[in-house]
Write a protein that binds this ligand. Structure first.
Ligand code: UTP
Length: 289
């Protein structure tokens, strides 16, 4: 079954990137010339997803405005003959059917996903973490959707991370199934170095089936006193198995100050308007370090 719906949870507090995220959701922080969440919506659209539900809380207005028409701005750009930028600004409003839902309390990623139960209905769906931007030739979520169609199980996007990061993320119990594809039979959120299964962690993308909602409604809160999506997925992994895909793109953590810097530098080095100047600047700067 083709995946047509995606949820983008964007209601976290973003405490690791304060004060930038005080009045502006971290999902709206910039990479060169676009907010992080636009890269994610574009990835979804490229993968054939048509309906996107963004889970918000504060800063909802800014996200809604970004994906809507800005009549006054478009009028001014038109009257000044700035047709290229006008086309780009107009196209943002036509990317996909975007819906919004407020998570009333910040009770964790699992709780944010649970809010989407009515939107999802009885189809498999994608979850794209609002602070994880993945840049690559093939949309990461397409690679996951293909694995869902091929293996018929829920899918998570995974990558190997260092010990420093595994304790902050999740850890997968897995065996290799194919090139860059794994069979996952258990997982743990925020493990210690003693309780980790491996250094493979879920980074930002999943394809799930609606059974996850019943599980999320019954499990207790987990690490950090939050309802953890990983805890619900661990139950699916232990009973039915989950497929892990080591996706080909590069992932940038927009919930982390260094992740934001890396994203801006690397995307800036490929952007036609900044690439040359930035390359020269980095060389000149490096010589002075
Ligand atoms: P994170 O755990 O990275 O977000 O959640 P956070 O809570 O904002 O992080 P801190 O405060 O810096 O530690 C991953 C994704 O899930 C969303 C976040 O917005 C982010 O995109 N999220 C998290 C929600 O939508 N609701 C929540 O209750 C928690």
């Amino acid at each position: 079954m083709k995946i047509k719906k995606a949820i983008i949870p964007a209601a976290g507090l973003g405490t690791r990137v304060l004060p930038a995220s005080k009045a502006c959701p971290k999902e709206m922080l910039n990479i060169v010339d676009k907010p992080a969440i636009q890269y994610i919506v574009e990835e979804a659209v490229k993968a054939g997803i048509t309906d996107i539900l963004i889970i918000t809380n504060r800063g909802k207005g800014v996200i809604e405005d970004h994906f809507d028409h800005s009549v006054e701005l478009e009028e001014i750009l038109r009257s000044r003959g700035k047709t290229d930028v006008l086309k780009e600004v107009e196209s943002i409003a036509n990317l996909a059917n975007i819906y919004y839902l407020r998570q009333k309390e910040t009770k964790g990623l699992g709780d944010a996903v649970l809010r989407a139960k009515e939107f999802v209905g009885d189809e498999p769906f994608a979850v794209m973490y609002g602070d994880d931007v993945i840049i690559g030739e093939i949309p990461a979520i397409s690679e996951l959707c293909e694995a869902y169609e091929r293996y018929g199980k829920s899918v998570v996007g995974i990558k190997e991370v260092s010990d420093e990061y595994i304790v902050k993320y999740s850890s997968m119990k897995l065996e290799s199934l194919d090139d860059k594809v794994y069979s996952i039979t258990d997982m743990i959120e925020k493990p210690t170095l003693e309780t980790k299964f491996s250094n493979f962690s879920i980074l930002g993308r999943c394809v799930l089936t609606p059974e996850i909602f019943d599980i999320l409604s019954t499990i207790p809160t987990g690490a950090g006193g939050e309802l953890q999506l990983t805890d619900a997925m661990a139950i699916v992994a232990r009973t039915k198995g989950i497929t892990g895909v080591d996706f080909s793109g590069t992932r940038y953590d927009m919930g982390n100050k260094f992740g934001i810097l890396k994203a801006n530098i690397e995307v800036g080095l490929t952007h036609p308007e900044t690439a040359l100047e930035l390359k020269e600047y980095i060389k000149e700067l490096a010589a002075r370090l």
